[in-house]
Write a protein that binds this ligand. Sequence first.
Ligand code: FRU
Length: 424
Amino acid sequence: MKTTTEKFGATPHQPSLWTRADALKVRADDPTTTQPLVSADFPVLNNDVFIWDTMPLRDLDGNVTSVDGWSVIFTLTADRHPNDPQYLDEDGNYDILRDWNDRHGRAKMYYWFSRTGKNWEFGGRVMAEGVSPTAREWAGTPILLNDRGEVDLYYTAVTPGATIVKVRGRVVTTEHGVSMVGFEKVKPLFEADGKMYQTEAQNAFWGFRDPWPFRDPKDGKLYMLFEGNVAGERGSHKVGEAEIGDVPPGYEDVGNSRFQTACVGIAVARDADGDDWEMLPPLLTAVGVNDQTERPHFVFQDGKYYLFTISHTFTYADGVTGPDGVYGFVADSLFGPYVPLNGSGLVLGNPSSQPFQTYSHYVMPNGLVTSFIDSVPTDETGTQIRVGGTEAPTVGMKIKGLQTFVVAEYDYGYIPPMLDVTLK
Ligand code: FRU
């Protein structure tokens, strides 16, 4: 088998490091990197289902695309169970929080459409029951391939295992709405290899998911980002000088941070259609810093590569912390080196008074950031909450050089198209 070096004729890149020193710069509640408070009286997209990770239909260059004037989003979706005895508490009331927390086990891909880029109308399931090979249909990316309406949906087939897969179908429009047809044959693409990317055998809490294919604006080739953990047995990772970075005296102790080993993975397609992929070493690692860098994606702007990824407070390592939200890194070339935006990496975090208000942020090339509402406190102490499972207000953000700034807030789930494709 050819090595990466032979194939690319260059030294394989070194992953960039998000260091503990970088993470020490994270400041929650900085107004320029904090999502405005989400009000507890938010509207709910649909009372029959929870929705979370939102995936706008786009092209391979990252442009959010409408078809025949219809905007389309895909969402991870699960039924709500207000009447299921399994989700009633001792008093017979619906325990929505438990239902919400269980949603990942029954996640399915659904789609929605709209004429206005908001107020989404329910489309339905993308794949019929039984098409996807595993129990869970986890996040990925729908790509509009051409003006015949062909769509490649890349996603993660989870439990058993975690496999990056794709399924091809077609978007069809009428003057009344949108439907998804086809999506009948799921093609497995790749799984973690245990050499670059951690496997389930190496760590039962491994992460390997969230494909985001793209065409590199500079070399024109087809690549894919994904979430991973750095290969190796759980507990065997070293948090050394490089991972620690330049910390002040008193900050050298890394505690148990060897258990946090997130990375942003990258693969390159061997063919034009994206049916045959080769994994490359990670673009970015967060060993000793954080255990999850989820849903990685790019914005290509000003000749730079802006790499965004979502992460949680609970996945940070000992001695470092930050809000749930989206983090970012920037480089002049695809393979780096990447430096954290805003010094720390934090781009848009939840305010500390509402630490779980939103998650799964997706930064679009027009600077708009969509996310979903997780839960919002309904009293002063934060003991009472309202569960979301619906679209959050969209945030407007400016990306300038090595910095980002929150500059605007828009309606719930506002995801306007950047270009429209007229289907033939
Ligand atoms: C982010 C995420 C994704 C995963 C999905 C599972 O919210 O954790 O990484 O694909 O949710 O529900």
